[in-house]
Design a protein around this ligand. Sequence first.
Ligand code: FPP
Ligand code: MG
Length: 309
Amino acid sequence: MVATEGRPAPKGESLTFDLSTYLKQRQAQVEAALDRSLPLTYPEKIYEAMRYSLLAGGKRLRPILCLATCELVGGTLEMAMPTACALEMIHTMSLIHDDLPAMDNDDYRRGKLTNHKVYGDDIAILAGDGLLAYAFEYVATQTQNVPAHQVLQVVARLGRAVGAAGLVGGQVVDLESEGNSDIQEETLTFIHTHKTGALLEACVVCGGILGGVTDEEIERLSRYAKNIGLAFQIVDDILDITATQEELGKTAGKDLLAQKATYPSLWGIEASKTKAQQLIDAAKAELELFGEKAQPLLAIADFITTRTH
Ligand code: FPP
Ligand code: MG
């Protein structure tokens, strides 16, 4: 077997792709870039709170999707790294705010106390705000070797994914639906495609834009991302029931306790697993035109249904 060391195997050599090595290598690159992106400076308290959550680990799936897509369409890691970091800043801020007492009131995230448990609600709100603003500044000031109009497109895509047309809109409908376990599948899908799907789509599409994607490719990549985004959420709902707090790094069994409508509550666990697999198959079909170069994105799609946390 040819050792691929995280790279797609050259054509004709081997069909195996070592996702675990690939993810480890990319995670290390992203960790280092995130650490460099946000130095501790005055007023230290806020930078410390921002760094506490930004550097708390996690799968770094969003930045890795962005980097992989940029490379897939012919770009380099360097072109996409500032946006990859920004995506993790945005994701982290959304989790800090989601965990606040005014929202989900959670004590643990990524295996550590939540931001407000350590720094207080006031600083946690500001840490989220600080990360959100910095994400946009970071893309605009740090992206190199990419034409300005492409960077502008990325900024616009990110803004749309985060605002009321994306994450914020999804979170609002989620909050409104709390305690209402008989919400319809349509509402549930709205919540997930906005709260989780919009940012995942932005990761893939922005990576593509930075790497110089074509119009046809962007449509396919967007459909790939939407499908893996929904599958990701279905698996999240399943894991909330089947995984332990240690595996998840956050409280398990919350959905049942909060009588939250989820895919497993609508369809049952087995049918939910089947649906997730169908979405992954549909996502992978969108990548056929890229051939072997798509191995990282194909393997990431499979990883979504097999993950345990
Ligand atoms: C986790 O969902 C929460 C999100 C994916 C995003 C929540 C979005 C906001 C709080 C809006 C943030 C504001 C801006 C400006 C982006 P969950 O509670 O279902 O999952 P969990 O079990 O991981 O908490
Ligand atoms: Mg939550």
